[in-house]
Design a protein around this ligand. Sequence first.
Ligand SMILES: Nc1ncnc2c1ncn2[C@@H]1O[C@H](COP(=O)(O)OP(=O)(O)OP(=O)(O)O)[C@@H](O)[C@H]1O
Ligand SMILES: [Mg+2]
Length: 422
Amino acid sequence: MQKTFAGEDPAITILTSQPGAPVPAAITMPIRKARTASRRPVRAASRPIRKAKAAPTGVPDGFYRDLVWNLRNGVIAVTRDGRIAVMNEVAYRILGLTPSPDDIGLPFTQVLKDRPDVWRIVSGAFDLSHLPNRAELRLKSTGKVIGYTLSQVRDQAGAITGATLFFKDLTRVEQLEERERLRDRLAALGEMAAAIAHEVKNPLAGIEVMAGILKRQHAKSEDAQSILRDIIKEAKMANAIVLEVLDFVRPIRLQVERISLSDVVRDAIATAESHVPRGGVDVRVSLSEALPPIQGDPHQLRQLFTNLLTNAFEAMGGKGRVGISAQQLATEEEPAAGGEMHAVPMIQVEVADSGPGVPPDVMDRIFSPFFTTKPQGSGLGLAIVRKIVDAHDGRIDVGARAEGGTRFRVTLPVSGSHELFR
Ligand SMILES: Nc1ncnc2c1ncn2[C@@H]1O[C@H](COP(=O)(O)OP(=O)(O)OP(=O)(O)O)[C@@H](O)[C@H]1O
Ligand SMILES: [Mg+2]
């Protein structure tokens, strides 16, 4: 139905719904004002009226509502008195809130009460002289990074009638940038490690051989035997570290196959148990047989879960619980070549332990190569985990469990492009 404000300006029309036309549950679009073609030219009015645009002839009723609902950005619009006018599905999804049709018309402070960082941005729309454009924010509640633009809604007379927040989930983009940075760091580290390994390996081999000769020559001296045994053991250990470092900095060449994650995880549990005595730790695996097979390198993925489980066993010191579960996630949007987004089905595997947890002050360093809090640790376990996840185009998140302990979440695409990890 088109309603004409003949009394004010016949060129102004309001597009409203047809009487009785169904309004979608979770969205109510603000009434959209637009101008129709007028036979009479628009006169200069006492209040500044913006120039008429082309008439929206042929635009079906409900088009603007569907447009906002289907945008791939999150949109939240509020009225001048602070009530939600529009909140689309993507907005709910990015903010981790459950869509509810009842939210329309409620104060935004109430709807966004669990996302205080977002309502703080929205409330700035009516106070700030410069509104943020393409700004970024890490949401405290979910850890997601959003890129957002805040705009005011103005009526024909230029008065502010509301505000709109447009935002996009940049978490994945950030992770990809971080992955690039890691690759650069590894490339530099790789050159250095190769040079050091070259210098260190030969003297180490020499020490081991000469200690062996001395051991044979002093076969009767208990003291000499004990010292030389230690020298050989230490030289072997140093050599193992050099080989581990070289292995870490070498690019991964994935041997991709169709594999069952359940099999990989079960193998990893057995391998981790052979590294660290599990003691009384209760391991609970709940992996559904209905999970689809994924395209991945079974050897590398086994290594990934072995490292996570080894850490969990080490953290718990022989008692507690480790839970391993997996679920298929709703399709995610991934940036593809050319910046386009494409949909990818993902599987998320969670490894959670009831250990002491990672101290918050070291949380952002645990994936760095050589970071360790263990006397005998090399600090490469999680760096290797991250490298393997990256090579599979996946991602890994770590967090503290509310009930105590650590939770690692590995998200892998069911089938990925799996380029060479360069
Ligand atoms: N499940 C966990 N619980 C508590 N802290 C953990 C856990 N996993 C990792 N960490 C912390 O992260 C650090 C780095 O882990 P990472 O596996 O990279 O190295 P590491 O276990 O110390 O040595 P490496 O794995 O090379 O033998 C650990 O030293 C520990 O402080
Ligand atoms: Mg480790």
